[in-house]
Design a protein around this ligand. Structure first.
Ligand code: ATP
Ligand code: MG
Length: 147
């Protein structure tokens, strides 16, 4: 499928960048004239994925987070959030609602939230190499009024 527009950025995995990441992705997506609800869905899903890179992938260290946002025809958006952190041993299990390896501190709902706020999520992970989360979201097509 032909890419209409694309944006990539790399940032440090510090918590201050969680807000920046969601704001940057939202600003890029604004060109498609999303509804407030669609924009909030995207921001929430991006926040969860980026938080996972900060909290889990790099734990107490700082590493790089790579974000790519691609726009395809018919308002399809593909957001890739990649880290080069510790990786996930069992992706299927990690994606189960309420599953967390940081019990007591976290709810284990990040992947469930990403799933419910997007149309499709895929997760690729290799132990010791890192994780890539791909989020697909199709925005409602609105009739443009030129009057
Ligand atoms: N990028 C990542 N790198 C390494 N492990 C990850 C990554 N993302 C998620 N995980 C693992 O998957 C588990 C589930 O993630 P999920 O986001 O659903 O829940 P959580 O982060 O533990 O809690 P919450 O998101 O509710 O605060 C995490 O506890 C962690 O073990
Ligand atoms: Mg999480």
């Amino acid at each position: 499928m032909k890419t209409i527009n694309k944006f990539t950025m790399t940032m440090e995995s510090c918590s201050a960048n969680e807000y920046f990441a969601r704001a940057a992705v939202a600003a890029f997506v604004t060109q498609l004239d999303p509804t407030l609800e669609e924009l909030n869905d995207i921001k929430t899903a991006v926040s969860e994925a980026v938080t996972n890179c900060i909290v889990h992938a790099y734990k107490n260290s700082i590493g790089k987070i790579y974000i790519t946002v691609e726009i395809f025809p018919d308002n399809l958006i593909k957001i890739k959030i990649r880290d080069k952190g510790c990786g996930i041993p069992d992706v299927e299990k990690a994606m189960e609602p309420l599953y967390t390896t940081v019990g007591g501190e976290r709810a284990g709902l990040g992947f469930a939230v990403m799933q419910s706020f997007t149309d499709h999520i895929s997760v690729r992970s290799v132990i010791g190499k890192g994780t890539t989360v791909t989020l697909n979201k199709k925005l409602e097509l609105r009739v443009k009024c030129n009057a």
